[in-house]
Design a protein around this ligand. Structure first.
Ligand code: PLP
Length: 371
């Protein structure tokens, strides 16, 4: 018998081999010292006390969870006025984004998104053998005209994170409607609303209505950000029944754990907590933006944000790397995204007001030293 050699090892699909693993936000410095994490857009206030109480009551880990998360889908439907039959839950919205791309794009197809978008998007396209295509930005923000100009016959899925990560900007309902109206009806429009809860109360981008009325729109939401239960991995999607059906076929069979379902159910029941987080976030973000605006003479610029993070541009003597080192030294981890064509920027999650004062001070001192 022939001895096995390295040449006999299984050959991964070439489009899979070219993928790099998703790079999560840092939580420790080079010396391993723990840092306050302002690098993953987590909720600095934690989660609703109702969530912790509900988690304590989840019984029988020996039993599988409800495979269809029925109670949770009913609660989501009641809150947003959506038929639960048009809702599917996922292991975070990340799983659902993957399913949507997998169902509608493959080898030879194009998946389109704005140049500065969620870093997961190109990975989703590569995973299914499709080509990621980026529409040019408009001062970092997504541009409907540029996205529409980038549509070809091969475009199968358009991904719009609105509000956007890592920029923080937001397209209003009129622009989202214009994007949808300009797309061929056979192109799937995915509206990723991971940060929607941070928009002012009552403001939205009209995504739910588009998903209700059209056969080619799916809206994604998550419990990871404003609801503060990223560790429980719960997200959901809504769209026309055939779209939800496709996602249901592709998702994991028991994708949302018993704890995840219980936590999300309790979280959605505590609207006051989310309102509190939204208000705290907006106040801390406004203060921090003012502190950065005051550093304009150092070539520092903050982009407008509707989210729980901000993108700060370093276009003067102080580089983003040097600013990050100063922020690290003050005990905070933030996100540098050179791999996303943003070597001159830092994405900083909005922490508590004290956190943000400390980060602003570190940046100001470093900027003054750099001249
Ligand atoms: C955080 C985030 C998500 C949600 O991820 P989960 O898998 O639900 O934790 C989705 N889209 C964007 C743009 C995000 O920033």
């Amino acid at each position: 018998m022939r001895r096995p050699t390295m040449d006999d090892s299984p050959a991964p699909k070439p489009w899979i081999e070219s993928i790099h693993a998703y790079v999560p936000g840092k939580s420790a410095g080079g010396d391993g010292k723990p840092l306050v994490k302002l690098s993953a857009n987590e909720n600095p206030l934690g989660c609703s006390p109702a969530v912790l109480a509900a988690l304590g009551k989840v019984a029988s880990p020996n039993n599988y969870p409800d495979p269809d998360a029925n109670a949770l889908r009913a609660a989501i439907g009641a809150k947003h006025g959506i038929d639960p039959a048009r809702i599917v839950c996922g292991t975070g919205s990340g799983e659902l984004l993957h399913c949507a791309v997998q169902a509608y794009a493959g080898i030879g197809d194009e998946v389109l998104f704005s140049r500065f978008s969620f870093s997961l998007y190109p990975l989703l396209a590569h995973k299914v053998g499709a080509t990621p295509v980026m529409g040019a930005d408009d001062d970092y923000a997504a541009s409907v005209d540029n996205l529409l100009a980038a549509v070809t016959e091969r475009t199968k899925v358009v991904l719009l994170d609105n509000p956007n990560n890592p920029v923080g900007t937001w397209l209003p309902a009129s622009e989202v409607a214009r994007l949808h109206a300009g797309l061929p009806s056979e192109v799937l429009l995915v509206l990723d609303q991971a940060y929607a809860e941070f928009l002012p109360e009552g403001v939205d981008d009209g995504g739910f209505e588009l998903a209700q009325c059209h056969a080619n729109v799916v809206v994604m939401r998550t419990f990871s950000k404003a609801y503060g239960i990223a560790g429980e991995r719960v997200g959901w999607a809504t769209g026309a029944p055939p779209l939800v059906d496709m996602i249901n076929r592709l998702r994991g069979a028991f994708n949302v754990t018993s704890h995840g379902q219980a936590a999300a159910l309790a979280a959605i029941g505590d609207a006051e907590w989310v309102a509190h987080c939204r208000a705290e976030n907006a106040a801390a973000r406004t203060n921090f933006a003012a502190a950065m605006d005051a550093l304009g003479n150092h070539g520092i610029r903050i982009l407008p944000s509707e989210t729980n993070f901000v993108l700060v541009l370093f276009e003067g003597a102080l580089s983003a790397e040097a600013a990050m080192d100063a922020i690290f030294a003050a005990g905070y981890a933030v996100r540098h995204l050179p791999g996303q064509d943003l070597p001159h920027a830092l994405r900083i999650t909005i922490g508590t007001r004290d956190d943000m004062d400390a980060v602003a001070t570190a940046i100001r001192k470093a900027a003054e030293q750099a001249g």
